[in-house]
Ligand binder design. Structure first.
Ligand code: AMP
Length: 401
């Protein structure tokens, strides 16, 4: 069973071809700057054995259709390919960011599902239209191949109303479906399942706080294997501090700013999504650069790390209060997997909650799942590299089965 996973963004297309029997990633690639004068495609192959080959080409992609054609040519090409023809692909799994209240679970894509994804575009105007383009092009190019939509919001659908409702007029929920949806769901689900298996517990028995800390950051409270709360909200702007996104702020800051600085809604949106978070405080959004600068005495860089860590700690406390006895804290994504300073500082001082990290075990980047807690820690601390593509492929397979 070969599954092709497509994750299309507004100007990019990430893809992966997986062989589900052997568990092998056959090819993984990325098309960048679709729509620009010049773009780029890169692909890495593992055809059969350990032999690796790589593609790295500058070329222009006027639209997603052109990008997908190139991708198909690359994965089936004589010199660049890993399969002889597209007929070897058994199914396509698409990442779709927003399922809203109409698409709860991974589902086989038909015209009705496409229309529902389209109807959810107002709730995710940056992502859903791009995901739809990927789906439409793939349906055209891979006619007859089953296609499955896997939603970022799916894992969070188990939140109870007291967690997903906002304390604003109920009519706004009825009219516009304004509520917390949460994102990064495939990642939170993947690490939840991995954590359960590492802990030797059934997936529906674990209590966890999962921390997806990348350029975008979100946390989830998992009780008995189910998500009961998550930090992102109606949009991926809410929650903990991120690379360029503010996370939680006093909502009254928005009208205040509009009045005092005479800003438009679009300008506010740009400030909160692209000029805030770590970047807003210290001008940088890559944690490696920030640590480097802080080490050289840059006080704003040091403050950015302090704030980042403090806000995560507060969420751990809040989620610990609702999960019940915690089995593990789980770190994942770019910062979670690679940044031992952030992991160490997030856990420091939480010993009274039974959370104690072991500095030697924590040291360094983690390429494989690793336990980093001290022997006497009541709560396990796990670093689990996320694998959203594999999670999408597994979800695709389970829909087909
Ligand atoms: P992601 O969105 O999951 O790809 O994560 C990207 C972020 O991970 C980058 O912006 C960096 O802040 C962070 N990151 C990646 N590698 C490292 C590292 N070795 N140390 C610290 N942070 C890292």
């Amino acid at each position: 069973m070969k599954i092709f996973v497509v994750n299309s963004g507004s100007s990019s297309l990430k893809y992966q071809l997986l062989d589900m029997e052997s568990g092998a990633v056959m090819a993984t690639g990325l098309v960048e700057r679709i729509g620009d004068a010049m773009g780029k495609v890169s692909q890495k192959n593992w055809p059969g054995e350990a032999r690796e080959s790589e593609v790295d080409r500058e070329m222009s992609f006027p639209n997603h259709n052109a990008a997908m054609h190139t991708v198909v040519d690359l994965v089936t090409g004589k010199d660049t390919g890993v399969i002889a023809s597209t007929s070897e692909i058994d199914a396509i799994g698409h990442r779709v960011v927003q399922g809203g209240e109409t698409l709860f679970k991974s589902t086989l894509i038909d015209d009705d599902v496409v229309e529902k994804i389209r109807a959810n575009c107002p709730l995710s105007p940056l992502h859903n239209p791009a995901n739809l383009v990927g789906i439409e092009v793939a349906r055209e190019l891979f006619a007859g191949v089953p296609q499955v939509a896997v939603f970022d919001t799916e894992f969070h659908q188990t939140m109870p109303p007291e967690a997903f409702m906002y304390p604003i007029p109920y009519k706004l929920y009825e009219d516009l479906k304004i509520r917390r949806y949460g994102f990064h769901g495939t990642s939170h689900r993947y690490v939840t399942e991995q954590a359960a298996s590492l802990l030797g517990k059934a997936a529906d028995k674990v209590n966890l706080v999962t921390l997806h800390l990348g350029n975008g950051c979100s946390m989830a409270a998992v009780r008995q294997g189910k998500c009961i709360d998550t930090s992102m909200g109606l949009t991926p702007l809410a929650g903990v501090m991120m690379g360029t996104r503010s996370g939680d702020i006093d909502p009254a800051i928005i009208p205040f700013l509009m009045k005092e600085k005479d800003l438009s809604m679009a300008q506010i949106d740009d400030i909160l999504n692209k000029q805030s978070g770590l970047k807003g405080i210290c001008g940088m959004n890559d944690m490696r650069d920030i640590h480097g600068a802080a080490g050289k005495g840059d006080r704003k860089a040091a403050l950015a790390v302090d704030m980042f860590v403090y806000r995560i700690k507060k969420y751990i406390g809040a989620y610990y209060a609702v999960t019940g006895p915690l089995d593990a804290l789980v770190f994942t994504a770019g910062i979670g997997e690679n940044d031992d300073i952030v992991r160490g500082r997030v856990c420091a001082g939480l010993e009274h909650l039974g959370i104690a990290i072991d500095p030697a075990r924590n040291a360094g980047r983690k390429k494989v799942a690793t336990a980093v807690h001290a022997d006497d820690s009541k709560v396990a601390i796990l670093v689990i590299p996320t694998n959203e593509e594999l999670a999408i492929a597994r979800a695709t397979l389970s829909v087909l089965n």
